[in-house]
Write a protein that binds this ligand. Structure first.
Ligand SMILES: [Zn+2]
Length: 352
């Protein structure tokens, strides 16, 4: 995979040569769906060892993106309105922009909602019930905290022994580059068992931490009263569903919807696959989402939405807004559709 620096350089070339403008007409498609996680002051801008900064963005940047897409003539639509448009496209429609946030963090409500409300911009928040009740491990955060707070990392993971000096910032970054892919690749239940063992060993309270950053059901209910807000399902336990058995995958999708419906007292129509990239969600999972009757489901496969996605509503692409790309020119290049058209070798859909 290309490094963030290389990707940023490519986006810069597209912006400064005007290439993204030239290609916009041909490649921007019906619209773009943005994927955010955390919205917080200083999001993604922390210096030093902060690898999860990539899933944070500032409220100012969120606001800038909404202004940018409108300046580019895009309509900010709710997910339901956008999906309706994908199902029955009409001639001469403006392209749309849809804003979505995954996982259900408190900062969405504290720092995100005021921006969406102030700018009258619809948004969708995908929640996972086990994150809400604190029993989802948020292993990527826990790993960061453990590396951050310790000077030595000693553990056996999936049969491999690690004894890493993690005193300096450079050593912590190096340890993250070794351990994060290792934990990502583990079978899902083993991954969670491993993070429990590490948390116990390094005295990190997984439940307390999860509860401290996740919205409670009461907070989600208040957010859901905002007419601009849609709540969607995001599995129970935030597993990469492609790595689960069919029965477990079905349970995660169906039970999360049932649980949220029970808590909110209303129907849930939309789903987002945790992680959402190719190894985390595949054809079998798109079929399961379809069989379970979700109106549409969102991946994080890179791309903009084309009319062709009308036949693939359970595998809609998104543009991940990364803390590492907080320059409005990157977003401008991305919504032109040109970078992802190149990445997808000019194929409009990427659902295999
Ligand atoms: Zn997620």
């Amino acid at each position: 995979m290309a490094s963030p620096a290389l990707l940023r350089a490519c986006l810069d070339v597209m912006h400064f040569t005007g290439l993204s403008h030239i290609l916009r007409k041909q490649f921007q498609g019906m619209g773009s769906i943005f994927c955010f996680h955390h919205v917080c002051p200083g999001g993604g801008m922390a210096k030093g060892f902060a690898p999860n900064g990539k899933i944070e963005c500032t409220s100012e940047f969120l606001s800038e993106i909404i202004h940018l897409v409108r300046k580019r003539g895009m309509e900010t639509l709710s997910l339901a309105d956008a999906v309706e448009r994908i199902r029955s496209p009409q001639p001469n429609q403006k392209p749309f922009a849809v804003f979505t946030l995954d996982d259900g963090y408190k900062d969405n409500m504290i720092h995100g909602q005021p921006i969406f409300d102030q700018l009258n911009c619809p948004y969708t928040v995908f929640v996972a019930p086990k994150i809400v009740d604190g029993s989802c491990e948020l292993w990527w955060r826990a790993l960061e905290k453990i590396i951050s707070a310790n000077a030595q990392f000693k553990a056996t993971i999936h049969g491999a022994q690690y004894d890493l000096d993690i005193r300096s910032e450079a050593q912590k970054k190096r340890a993250w580059r070794v351990l994060f892919p290792k934990l990502t690749a583990l079978p899902q239940y083993e991954q969670r068992k491993t993070i429990h063992e590490l948390a116990k060993k390094y005295n990190f309270d997984l439940v307390d931490y999860c509860k401290s950053i996740a919205m409670t059901w009461d907070e989600i209910r208040i957010l859901n009263e905002d007419p601009l807000c849609t709540i969607g399902a995001h599995t129970m336990n935030h597993y990469a569903v492609a790595k689960l058995s069919t029965a477990d995958c079905m349970y995660e999708l169906e039970e999360s919807r049932r649980c949220i419906e029970r808590e909110l007292g209303e129907k849930i129509h939309f789903f987002a696959y945790p992680y959402g990239d190719e190894p985390a969600a595949g054809l079998r999972d798109f079929q399961i989402a379809n069989d379970l009757g979700f109106t549409a489901s969102l991946t994080t496969r890179k791309g903009v939405v084309f009319a062709e996605h009308g036949k693939h509503l359970q595998a809609l692409p998104r543009i991940m807004v990364s803390g590492r790309y907080q320059k409005i020119r990157y977003i401008d290049a991305l919504v032109s559709g040109a970078p992802t058209a190149l990445l997808n070798r000019f194929s409009k859909i990427n659902v295999n």
